[in-house]
Every structure is written in C-alpha cells, then in structure tokens.
Design a protein around this ligand. Structure first.
Ligand code: ADP
Ligand code: NI
Length: 195
C-alpha cells in the first residue's frame, strides 16, 4: 500500500509541475523516482525519505522561479517524524548540479545519481532541447555558449563521471555513449559532411 505521505506528495507535485515545458514535468519526477528505487535495491536506505525527496527535488528549482520554503511547508502538512522531514530537506538541498555538493547520506547520493541519469542519454538530449526552446535559445552556434549544444559540454558530458553508485555508473556509460553518437551525427549534418 502506498504511504499516505507519498500519495499526498504525488498530488502536490502533479499540480505544481502541471504544464511544465522546461524538462521538469511530472514524467521527470516519476523517472527519477523509479531510477532512485532501482539504484537503492538491496541497500539499507529509507525508501520513504528517498521517494519523497525524488518527488519534491525540483519544487524549489531556482530556474523555475519558485519561492524558497515551499518544500518545508508541504512537509509540515504530512504526518512525518522530524528526522525524516530533515533528511528529505537535506537531500533536496544537495541535489543541485550547479552547487556541486557532496552528498551527506546514501539516500542523497542515490538521488543525485538518479536526477543526473535523467539528464543524460536520449531523455537528457530531449530535455535539453526542450529547456533551450522554453528559453528561446538556439540549437547551436559556433560562438554561442547559451545554445542547446553548448550545454552538452557545460554539463551533460560531465555527469557520467560524477556518479556515486556502481549501478548508476553502468547505466551512465551507455547513456553517455549515445550522446557522443548523437553529437557526431549532429555535427556531420550541421556541416554537411554526410551529403
Ligand atoms: P535537473 O532537473 O536534472 O536538476 P536542471 O534543472 O539542471 O536538471 O535542468 C532541466 C533540464 O534542462 C536538464 O535536462 C538540463 O540538462 C536542461 N538544461 C538546464 N540548463 C540548460 C541550458 N542552459 N541549456 C539547455 N538545457 C539546459
Ligand atoms: Ni530534476
């Protein structure tokens, strides 16, 4: 049976992330949750904390311009013991790629891996172009650091090396290789080498 706190949190984020076209839709949250549970298999982690953190990890994303304190306020509406509440907040504070924070717990390491896995591979490519479109950025430009393709070097190609769990490292290897293949094709078509 699904824990009531999870049900309420699913409802909360489904409403909050509805209509998102920046790569932070409910489907992203569900994939991160599934990846996190997979990475945690056989490990002594708090599954409830991990699930709540997965669902709530993008609620306060600065890029989405949401106010601080939303997660804490949502957690206050749940019947959750204080240690678990703190743990969820800690994990979420540590997930951001831009902050490059070392995870302080195993659950936090797993959530970082899960979120980063969803930023690479075919899905990662798709999300990058969706994000770029939502910001009005270009596909590619030789001297344009804000283009979607520039984001591969800025972030995507760095992620496979930052995994904490062996399972994530394995999945990341294949997803990384696919992005390399994709960019090779992209360059060939962009420059006309394939015609
Ligand atoms: P996450 O939800 O994994 O923490 P982000 O919030 O950093 O990811 O961004 C959401 C998606 O948009 C990711 O797939 C990310 O790679 C992509 N993205 C973030 N910043 C940019 C950018 N400047 N240009 C293109 N894509 C971006
Ligand atoms: Ni995310």
């Amino acid at each position: 049976m699904t824990h009531p706190a999870v049900l309420e949190t699913e409802r909360y984020v489904a409403t909050l992330h509805a209509g998102d076209h920046t790569g932070h839709d409910m489907a992203h949250l569900e994939r991160v949750r599934r990846l996190a549970i997979h990475l945690a298999e056989g490990e002594a982690v708090d599954g409830l904390v991990l699930t709540l953190a997965a669902l709530l990890h993008d609620v306060e994303d600065e890029k989405l311009g949401r106010e601080a304190g939303l997660v804490a306020r949502h957690l206050d509406t749940l019947a959750l013991d204080p240690d678990r509440r703190e743990h969820v907040l800690t994990i979420i504070g540590e997930t951001s790629f831009s902050k490059q924070t070392d995870p302080s717990t195993r659950e936090s390491a797993i959530l970082q891996d899960a979120d980063r896995l969803d930023a690479i591979g075919a899905i990662g490519i798709a999300r990058t172009f969706q994000f770029a479109g939502s910001r009005g950025s270009s596909l590619y430009g030789e001297h344009d650091p804000t283009s979607a393709v520039a984001h591969f070097d800025a972030k995507l190609f760095r992620l496979a090396n930052q995994m904490h769990t062996e399972r994530a490292r394995q999945i990341a290897r294949e997803r990384h290789a696919f992005m390399v293949t994709f960019l090779d094709r992209f360059e060939a078509e962009w420059t006309g080498q394939d015609i």
